[in-house]
Design a protein around this ligand. Sequence first.
Ligand code: GDP
Length: 427
Amino acid sequence: MVQAIVGANWGDEGKGKVTDVLAERSDVVVRFQGGANAGHTIINEYGKFALHLLPSGVFHQRVVNIIGPGVALNVEALLKELAALEERGVPQPQLLISDRCQVMLPWHVDFDRLEEERLGKHSYGSTKSGIAPFYSDKAAKVGVQVCELYDEAFLRERLALALPRKDCLLTSLYGQEPTDLDGLVEYLLKLGERIRPMVADTTRFLHQALKEGKTVLLEGQLGTLRDPDHGIYPYTTSSSPLAGYGTVGAGVPPTAISDIYCVTKAYSSAVGAGPFVVRLEGAEAEDLRRRGGDAGEYGATTGRPRDVGWFDAVATRYGAMVQGATEMVLTNLDVLGYLDEIPVCVAYETAEGERITDFPATPVLMKCKPVYERLPGWKCDIRGIKDWEKLPENCRKYVEWIEQTVGVPIRLVSNGPKRDEIITRNV
Ligand code: GDP
């Protein structure tokens, strides 16, 4: 059985926590796209962690964690994360890296930074971790797969072919020094040796695991609205965060996915550039930002303050639809306990004054304004509550309103950042 855990919105929905929770009853957790550019926050018996590349199953010793072929593998960042877990007393996790996964090269990170600097105020708000240049190179067939790190002649020949184009850009557009081919080859071979024991044919492993009746979780990074095809292009990421892509980026048959858990927050948050219709400003924003997440809404990777807003039904319904959500997980519900009334965005108003409820493409979206309704608040702290029936009535009504508006059952409600702060519903 394969279950996907993916984001309905702009990312940071709390997928890491949900994966950590569901991993308890799973056998394999796979990261299938993205790289070290986003962070999944997890708080459990070992402490608080922001995982960037490691799958969120690493805290469960019986779980096999896989970096799938669709991931942008920054080897140094991965090894750093592993070392940090060890330092903090987490037993060594089981980890496999796909031999077809591609490796982040130093020039990817350089190009990302240099391009954002060149674009200046028109930049896309990249985390500068090399993701866009990495996936561009993959599409252009000049990327380097992990398996190539064990064949020096093959690796050297391919890099030598790619180099003139890279150096042309580096020197003439960005005014940098050209690349030292020998140094690059030597560096990559060393990286290969450091991960050699973890490298495997993970696709074969996954197919075998499924044959044996194991449960596999696919862990998405970011959310629908950052998908390069279906998201807010060009304010998107460079790999698809959709459950549908999970089958490609991990290497499992599309028909194997039985559940798509689409995670959304009880309010909205977004980091990076681009239109965000429900963006709040001033004291109202500061209040929500300070109370949000486990320690305020600040990026787990970059520390950047996230933009915040009220729940956006237009964006979330679209996000869940594109993901093909079979169930929703609503997180951060506890954060809203301070409000007398909770605004929710039920429609957008376009520049022409038309009221729309279908999420539009970017040029229209840029000019949309939110249309709000207000739902009654519950004015108390709901952390610590374990049963659905024990939640205040207005709180349950808020969840039910979102469920009806999005049109997908909400099976899990998260009422705090810790692993055990989660309520299961029988819907
Ligand atoms: P991810 O990338 O989707 O895993 O999300 P992030 O980890 O970037 O952001 C989610 C934030 O919400 C983190 O600060 C989590 O600790 C926090 N979080 C997750 N679930 C809850 C919850 O139910 N309540 C509160 N207060 N915080 C939560």
